[in-house]
Every structure is written in C-alpha cells, then in structure tokens.
Design a protein around this ligand. Structure first.
Ligand code: IVH
Length: 668
C-alpha cells in the first residue's frame, strides 16, 4: 500500500472505530456486530505497526494497555477534588434544605444523582485530547493513572470539540464483570475482591495497564472541574455539555424543585437500587445554579451546596442452615453461620462468623431460623437478628461441643475469655492454620500458596511445620491437584524469594501469641537479628516502647521451647533471612524532630489531614503512633469530638495538642 493511501486508511479506521466505540459504550446502541469491530481493529493494529508515524494518541489501538510502569507519578489537581458531607436520614436532608433556603432564599432547584460506588477520577483534556487522568488522593495530590484510564472504553480519548478542560467522575466495575472476575480468581485459588469498589480500585492501581484493560471497568462523569469559559450556568447544563462532548453521564439524574421531590427520588432508589447493573451507595443532591453554588461556598472540607445521602447497609433475609465450627491458629473454636446463599451489598453471602457461643445465645439463634443478614462496613457479613415471628417450631437448638472438632481433645475456656479453645499443641487444625498464616501477605507473603494449596500439602503430609516449605520439590508439587508446570515454577520462585524477607515478616509469620505485625516490626527494628531477640530477657523486652508484659512473657516462653530453637536453626540452614532490612528507625539520637522516639495517640476527627496522613508524617519523623492512651503515651492529638481517649489523657496528665498545633509542628 502506498504511504498516502495507508495514511488515509489509518485515519478512516481510527475515526470509524472511535465512532463505533462511542455508539457501543456511551450511547449503548451498537451499529455493527462485534466481529466486524474486531476485524477493523486488527486491520488498524497491523497498519499502525507498519506505519507507526500515523499512530495518534487518540487511536483506538491505544486502549489495549502499553508498557508496564514502575510507579505512579504524583499529580497536583488544578481544582481540588472535594468530598461531600453526609446525610443518613430524612431529617438530615431537611436540615440541609433549610440551610440552603436560609442562604439563598426559596428560588432554587436541585439535581439529584446516583452516588456511584467506585473511585473518583479526574480527567484532563487539552485541545480535545485526553492527556492525563488521576485518582483523588488526598484531594490536592493524586496519582497519575492515565495509562489505566485509557483502557476504559467509555472514556473518550478525543472530545467532539477541541476543549481544554478537567472533568470529574467515578470509575467503577459493573456487577457482572465483578462476579466474573471473582469466579476466575477463585478458580485460580486467589483471594477474591470483597466488593466491586475494591475490585475497581485494585484494577486501577495496577502498574500493568493490560490488567486494567482486562477488567471491564466503566465510568460516569458527574462534573466539570472548572466551568470558566464554557458558558455553563448550572450543574445540569454542565452535564449536558459533558454529553455533547462525548462523555458518559448517568441518565438517572433528576431535577427536583423541592425537598419533597428529593425525598421521593431517594425513596424510589432505595427500592430500585438492587436492580441496577452497578453498585450505588447513596444519592448526591446538588444545588443546580452555579451562581447559587458560589454564594453558598464551602466548609473546611466540602461544599455547602451538595450533600451525599448514604443508604443504610442493605439487609436481607435468609435461612440459617447450619453452624459450622473451625479451629483457628491459636486453638480458638469459632462458630460460623452457614446460610442459604443470598446477595447482599454486591456479593453472594453464604457464611458469616458468629464469633463465639455467647453471641449465639444472645441472638437466640437456632438452626433453621430466618435471619437478617447485612455486611458490616459493606464488607464483612454479619447475622443481625432472628425473625422470631417466622419460627415454625421445627428449628433446632445449637450446642457448642465439649471436644475439638478436629483432634477431639477436650476444649477449655481460659479465664477472662469468651472463646473455647483447643489447647492440644499437636492439633492438626492449629498447625494447618499456622502454616496458612506463615505464608500470608503480612507474613512471608508467598504468592500462590493459598489456603487450598496449604491444606493439600498438609493433608499429603508434605509439610508439617513451616520449615518444610523450603524442602518442597517440583515433583512433589506437580502431584497436587490443578498444579501445572508453570504454577509450580512460580510457586517455587515465590518460596525462594521469601528467604530474603526482612525479619519482621518472619517474626509475624511464626505466630507468637500477642505479636501482631506492628509489634513484629518494632522487635525487628530494635534487635536487628533473630538471635538478639532470642537472647532478650523479659526485662529488656518490657523496656521497649509498645511491648507490654503479656507480649514480653509470650516471647520469652516461645523462644524457650526446644522445638522452636530447632525450627529457627532449620530455617537458618535453608538460608531464610533472620535480619531486619528496613530503614533504621528514627530515634532520639538520630533525629532532631520533636516527634522522634515519642508515642503519640490520635483521637477525634481531623480536618486538615487524614488519619493515615497524620500517622505517616509522624512516623516519618521518628514518632510512634499508638491506638490507645497509656502511661507510655507522650502526646495526644485531639481532633473534633474527641471522646474517652482525651478524657483518659487528661486524667493521666498527658500533653494534649489540637490539630493546628500538630500541623504547625509537622511543617517545621
Ligand atoms: S459530586 C464537590 N456526584 O462520592 C462534589 N460525587 O464524597 C464532588 N461520587 O468520592 C462530588 N457519584 O467520587 C458527586 N454523582 C456523583 C457521585 C459522586 C459518586 C463520589 C465521589 C466522591 C464521593 C463524594
């Protein structure tokens, strides 16, 4: 083909495919069969490979996901990405309406929109070309996820008019794509995502854009960041402009003239919500006129002209089929409700932890009961209560066993504990759970060794203690169910890679009672090597900030056991690292910051910083952020509505600062 006709064909194909893409993903009205689209795309890919000079940044070939990134660059938002105040009931909404009327009078209207449950994104266009996409981050600085966003087919790579503008919206994963993704993950023995929001966020946080491309993400745009120069006078005109330019906006929006209309809209969506093909977690209500929005202005964190009504956690009714018992790593026997599978807050729930016997009694649960189920924090399934009026008399009482369901030794209830425990150290369930813990993410982080593989290896007696993992051979692994050459190779490499982990991962993985991930890090930083820790006395241990007497006692007892000594020397013989490799902790000696070496507790609501930010900043300066106030606390930062921690700090005479003082010190 001649160069000039190749150029013509490339442009023709790009335009045509962009048009088909728009019809399919934005208008939801495909005009050609998928096969034809695919064939034209293949033709374009080949031509662009032959003539790379004709490849444009808005070519549909740019959506497949290019190079793998090494990190996400930071992006400063030109207009901050705000968050919204919340309303949880009718009275909150009426308060919101009253305040607006007080400020702007009675002549105004609202636009109500679905609050899409995904993650906020900002898209920047220059002369109509999509140049940068970012996450919200802290509202001022987000991360550049352009490459991942380009793979979302409903994001136009070129606008219908050559505008330079920044637009805001919500990226999300439709329910169907989420279910498909999770079933593939489960088949591969991988941990499924808890909900579509996490799946969308996880996909957009991948450094390899091909992964995002395979995840069927979608987006709804809900606002223009800066309307200057667009001639737009109201929010609804802004949305119409977005439509005109080729963006995807949500069509369920509604202009409402009164709060009564708003309440009807909200009520309607409480009912219709489960039928949507994507998750929503509320309704956003916005004053329509931009002039009135400006008049209303902002509070410290959010605009006064908009509010998010949050739906109550979805509750559904199902049947308690059975109560199953499992023995954890520490021997605690936990009852789990086995439910008739039911969809709630985006996923199918068939199990919910019942925690302990007392809870079963408190809730008066019987097998066969109709129960109300919800997801706490929209993630963890929970049995809320029993519907006593639906009892038939056929329901069966449940009784906790007296003996371990795995090893049959007698269960005990330790002093001050509600839980029943199996105290047999050779109980196979505890050993298996200990192995699962050892390979888990915060511990040795051995990819590909999920619960299923560990259980198989344990059942086949290929591993009985953690050091056995380092003896596994490819022949042994190939003998397991659903283990091909490739997965065996990957698994062996992951096991090998875990040998160079920093000490805290091993310490946490060993599962010493009372030693969580944070304490493991403190111990690793303090002692540097496992030998240092093994030689430490109880007195030396309690001298360390954050290490209490229970933990110190447990560490000394643990390392005193001959079988533990043997395990450590075996691990050493496999070259498993016993050294701390992280940054040296900042201490009073090597930092001149006020925070160095001090224990600080954050309490109440912070306005200028998020909790995580404040914690990270304090830690970077050598401070240690603790969860509770004790005599060892040096300083308490009390935000708005601080409660019992503040009172305790006052009682103990601990220094107390407000947030402004914290920010001032951090900025020094
Ligand atoms: S408006 C200043 N509209 O909800 C107003 N937000 O805190 C900015 N969200 O993470 C937000 N759907 O990404 C708006 N139709 C919608 C929305 C929406 C979802 C998200 C938004 C942000 C959170 C608000």
């Amino acid at each position: 083909m001649e160069t000039s006709s190749a150029q013509k064909r490339v442009t023709e194909l790009q335009t045509l495919l962009n048009q088909y893409n728009y019809e399919y993903h934005i208008l939801d009205k495909p005009s050609v069969p998928d096969a034809e689209y695919d064939q034209l795309l293949r033709e374009l890919i080949e031509l662009e490979e032959q003539y790379p000079e004709f490849r444009t940044p808005d070519s549909p070939t740019q959506r497949v996901g290019g190079e793998v990134l090494s990190m996400f660059e930071k992006v400063e938002h030109r207009t901050p990405m705000l968050s919204l105040g919340n309303a949880f009931n009718e009275s909150d909404l009426r308060d919101f309406d009253r305040k607006i009327r007080q400020a702007v009078g009675d002549k105004f209207s609202y636009v109500c929109e679905l609050k899409i449950d995904g993650l906020a994104v900002s898209l920047r266009y220059e002369d109509g070309l999509f140049v940068q996409g970012a996450t919200r981050g802290d509202g001022t600085i987000g991360e550049d996820i352009t490459a991942n966003l380009k793979t979302i087919k409903s994001i136009p790579l070129r606008l219908k008019k050559p505008y330079s503008m920044e637009v805001r919206g919500e990226a999300f994963m439709p329910k169907k794509s989420f279910e498909k993704l999770n079933s593939v993950k489960e088949e591969k023995g991988e941990e499924p995502f808890a909900n579509p929001r996490n799946a969308a966020a996880g996909s957009l946080r991948q450094l390899d854009p091909k992964i995002a491309a395979s995840r069927n993400l979608d987006v709804y745009l809900y606002g223009v960041a800066d309307t200057g120069g667009t001639g737009v006078q109201s929010h609804s005109e802004g949305l119409d402009l977005l439509d005109e330019l080729g963006f995807k906006t949500n069509k369920e929006r509604k202009k409402c003239e009164t709060i009564e209309e708003v309440l009807l809209y909200v009520e309607g969506w409480v009912e219709k919500r489960p039928n949507l093909p994507y998750d929503i977690d509320g309704i956003v209500i916005k004053v329509n006129s931009l002039a009135q929005q400006e008049e209303l202005g902002m509070t410290a964190k959010s605009p006064r002209w908009a509010i998010a009504y949050k739906f109550p956690a979805e509750e559904v009714v199902t049947i308690l089929k059975d109560i199953e018992l499992s023995v954890g790593r520490t021997g605690v026997v936990t009852p789990t409700a086995i439910l008739v599978p039911v969809r709630v807050a985006g996923t199918t729930v068939s199990r919910a932890s019942l925690h302990n016997e007392d809870l079963i009694r408190e809730k008066d649960l019987k097998i066969g009961d109709h129960v109300v189920v919800k997801k706490a924090g929209d993630i963890i399934p929970e049995v809320v209560n029993v519907l006593l009026e639906r009892r038939t008399g056929e329901e069966q009482n449940f009784k906790m066993p007296t003996h371990c369901p795995e090893c049959e030794s007698e269960l005990v209830r330790l002093e001050d504990e509600v839980a029943l425990r199996c105290i047999n150290p050779t109980c196979p369930a505890q050993i298996r759970e200990g192995l699962i813990h050892f390979v888990s993410r915060n511990a040795m982080n051995i990819d590909g060794l999920g619960e299923k593989v560990i259980s198989q290896l344990f059942q086949e007696k290929l591993i009985e203690k953690v050091s056995d993992l380092y003896k596994l051979t490819s022949e042994q692994l190939l003998g397991l169910e659903r283990m091909g050459e490739k997965s065996v190779q990957n698994l062996l490499s992951a096991i090998e890679a875990s040998k160079v982990n920093s000490l805290e991962k091993l310490l946490f993985g060993l599962g010493i009672r009372h030693v969580g991930a944070k304490a493991a890090k403190t111990l690793a930083q303090h002692f540097g090597t496992i030998d240092g820790l093994m030689d430490a006395s109880y007195e030396e241990l309690i001298g360390i900030n954050e290490i209490g007497d229970k933990m110190a006692d447990s560490i000394v007892t643990y390392f005193d056991q001959p079988e533990v000594k043997e395990l450590i020397s075996e691990l050493k013989s496999f070259q498993v690292s016993m050294e701390y490799k992280g940054p040296k902790p900042v201490t009073v000696e090597n930092s001149d910051s006020f925070f160095a070496g001090k224990t600080i507790v954050l309490t109440g609501k912070l306005e200028q910083l998020s909790r995580t930010e404040a914690k990270e900043k304090i830690e970077a300066l050598g401070g240690n952020v603790a969860g509770s106030v004790s005599k060892k606390t040096h300083l308490v930062i009390a935000g708005e509505d601080a409660g019992s921690k503040l009172t305790k700090a006052q009682d103990l005479g601990i220094e107390i600062w407000d947030e402004d003082r914290l920010v001032e010190e951090l900025e020094k």
